[in-house]
Design a protein around this ligand. Structure first.
Ligand SMILES: [Zn+2]
Ligand SMILES: [Zn+2]
Length: 637
């Protein structure tokens, strides 16, 4: 016993000594007395970055922080006024360091400095721009910056874009590093946007296939023995001349010489009607038998013409998509050609390099092959369920790892296609997903677990741990019977949950809703719960069980709640297709957009459903036991 007490005493003494042995690094403590030091004649980038810094710091301290070109310590120096040596950093990188009691932020390229300022605000002020409407900024009399601070950053990707369309997205994009220009136009003094002047599936108009259908059928793809305007014949020199002319004309009109990068996509239309003429086949056969060979041949020549015309900040983009996903041999993309490899066929609950996933193995092979021949490989990735967008898309387990894999394979740009019809269908975790993806595009190796918790706490309020638990369970049980998850999956295939799991997740949502929260947070909980209710309705689980006599009313209530939250479409194919079906109460949720109001099939379905509902009283005995079971399960958890 004595020996034991001795040991305890020794451990206590050691612990008491620890603080002195590992003394914390002293911190600089900027407060409202500090100024932001700028050069006497600041550039537009320096002025923008300094103004942003002053404005947010003033908000943090509750007192005005001034900008000055007079070096009176202590200060936070910006750009060329700083002592941060950024000469070794790639374009759009930054350095934040503490030197002699002052702080210095320097940046390279067009957006390095402002990115550095936003990082400073995030790192040391705890500022988080979670959505375009939700920014967290803790007030403080002073902030702490360790005296040995030296943060160096170079961007992982030259192009970063997500696809959740929301309003007022500029500040969100600057804070979270989104540079793509589909939905945003960032000010030039903040680095501007990387714009696609033509974005996707552009062969139809660039090659004018429809126009020449009659006069020059040889310009069109020969597919299945017939000429089709669905794709052009890419080895026909006249087609190349037409496409080159159209690309140069587009650049003449829309080129911005001050932009860091502009891109014109010369990419296959969204069908499989590739050309099988003798010349195209011969070229493909000579280059690994890959359809992508002839596309590269074509795009390379357009890229040469663009370069020869002096467009140094322009790149020509094309797809490695579906039938062109396989890389060719013996033909290489020019340095101003971007190949966008698309992951549409992949599984999204296994990481791309997960050896247990047979579906992703081929994509990994194509990724490796392209990365070995392409200096400017981009990715078109997917992060939503396009057949049933109201459902949870349980891919949270792979978001970060997949972006790491892309980076590790020399990928330079990523477009994460998501729910681009968000304003018509916002039930899923769109805001969380967009935030996490943005953060991983900024730095694929950053920690995302605490970041997720921080988001959830701000977004849903104090009940957030229950929602986190639900998300973790979705992720754990994601996938179909074989464990895979596609982007066109039914509710049944997207998650495998037992009745017991359903009861546990129901309780998570119930507890989250029962926790006091602000009105906006409560509304967000109800909105996000719609995706869970939609899943249950699609699988006849929980309150939608066929044993529950009230299931028809539950479905109608779900429909009303969806409408109350502005949901007017449930899938990509039905974009803009209103949920006005007369048989909402009786039809499977995944087929709601399959019935037109007043159509014969809708009326038949409604008559059949009404008959079933009338039949229900006979089943009330079973319903009674169902309710009893529900009570038991709820008590049991
Ligand atoms: Zn051809
Ligand atoms: Zn899989």
């Amino acid at each position: 016993m004595k020996r034991f007490l001795c040991c305890v005493l020794c451990v206590c003494v050691m612990l008491a000594c620890l603080p002195s042995a590992y003394a914390a690094v002293p911190a600089l403590t900027p407060d409202a007395s500090w100024s932001v030091l700028v050069p006497a004649s600041p550039t537009a980038y320096e002025r923008f970055a300094a103004q942003k810094l002053c404005s947010v710091l003033s908000e943090v301290f509750g007192a005005s922080v001034r900008m000055s070109s007079q070096a009176r310590a202590p200060y936070i120096a910006i750009g060329s006024a700083s002592e941060a040596d950024v000469s070794a950093l790639r374009d759009n990188g930054y350095r934040i360091c503490a030197v002699d009691g002052n702080i210095h932020i320097g940046g390279t390229g067009v957006r390095g400095l402002q990115t550095g300022v936003y990082r400073f605000l995030e790192e040391f002020c705890g500022r988080r721009v979670y959505t375009s409407e939700l920014t967290v900024l803790p007030a403080a009399r002073q902030i702490e910056v360790p005296a040995d601070t030296d943060i160096r950053y170079e961007p992982y990707f030259e192009y970063a874009e997500t696809d959740w369309r929301t309003k007022n997205i500029e500040e969100y994009s600057l804070a979270n590093g989104l540079t793509g220009g589909i939905y945003r136009s960032l000010p030039a003094e903040a680095g501007g946007t990387v714009r696609y002047l033509a974005f996707a599936h552009t062969m139809r108009w660039i090659c004018e296939t429809e126009k020449y259908r009659e006069s020059h059928p040889e310009y069109l793809a020969l597919h299945g023995g017939v000429r089709t305007a669905g794709q052009p014949c890419l080895t026909n020199p006249d087609v190349l001349a037409i496409a080159t002319k159209n690309v140069l004309e587009l650049l003449e009109k829309e080129h911005d010489p001050t932009a860091s990068l502009q891109i014109v996509s010369v990419s296959q239309n969204d069908n499989y009607e590739y050309c099988e003429c003798d010349a195209c086949r011969a070229y493909e056969n000579a280059h690994g038998g890959a359809h992508s060979a002839v596309v590269l041949y074509f795009v390379n020549r357009i890229a040469d013409a663009v370069k020869a015309a002096g467009y140094d900040n322009v790149a020509i983009d094309t797809f490695a998509y579906q039938y062109t996903r396989q890389a060719p041999t013996g033909v290489f993309p020019r340095d101003n050609v971007i190949v966008r490899l698309c992951t549409i066929e992949c599984c999204f609950c296994h990481a791309l390099d997960d050896p247990s996933c047979s579906r992703n193995a081929e994509m990994m092979r194509d990724l490796r092959d392209w990365s070995s021949i392409c200096e400017r490989l981009y990715i078109w990735d997917y992060a939503a369920n396009y057949a049933n967008t109201c459902l949870v898309f349980p891919d949270f387990g792979v978001i970060r790892r997949n972006i790491q894999i892309f980076y590790e394979h020399n990928v330079k740009g990523i477009y994460e296609e998501g729910n681009f019809y968000l304003p018509e269908c916002d039930t899923e975790f769109g805001d969380l997903r967009m935030y996490l993806i943005s953060k991983c595009l900024q730095d694929p190796y950053r920690e995302t677990d605490a970041e997720t918790d921080g988001f959830l706490a701000a977004y849903y309020g104090a009940g957030w741990p229950h929602i986190r638990k639900a998300i973790d369970l979705y992720t754990l049980h994601a996938g179909d019977r074989d464990g895979h998850l596609g982007i066109y999956y039914s509710a049944q295939d997207s998650m495998r949950l037992s009745n017991r799991d359903v009861a546990v997740i129901d309780a998570c949502w119930a507890r989250a809703k029962a926790t006091p929260a602000a009105a906006q947070q409560k509304a967000r909980i109800e909105r996000s719960e719609l995706s869970w209710r939609f899943w249950k309705a699609g699988t006849n689980k929980g309150e939608f069980s066929i044993l529950n006599p009230d299931r028809f009313a539950e479905k109608e209530k779900l429909f009303e709640d969806l409408q109350a939250f502005g949901v007017t479409t449930i899938s990509e194919g039905a974009d803009g297709d209103y949920l006005d079906c007369v048989c909402i109460r009786y039809a499977p949720v995944e087929r709601w957009n399959g019935y037109e109001a007043d159509s014969e099939s809708a009326q038949r379905r409604a008559r059949f459903g009404a008959f079933l509902e009338k039949l229900m009283p006979i089943l009330t005995f079973r319903g009674f036991f169902y309710r009893l079971l529900c009570q038991y399960v709820k008590k049991g958890i």
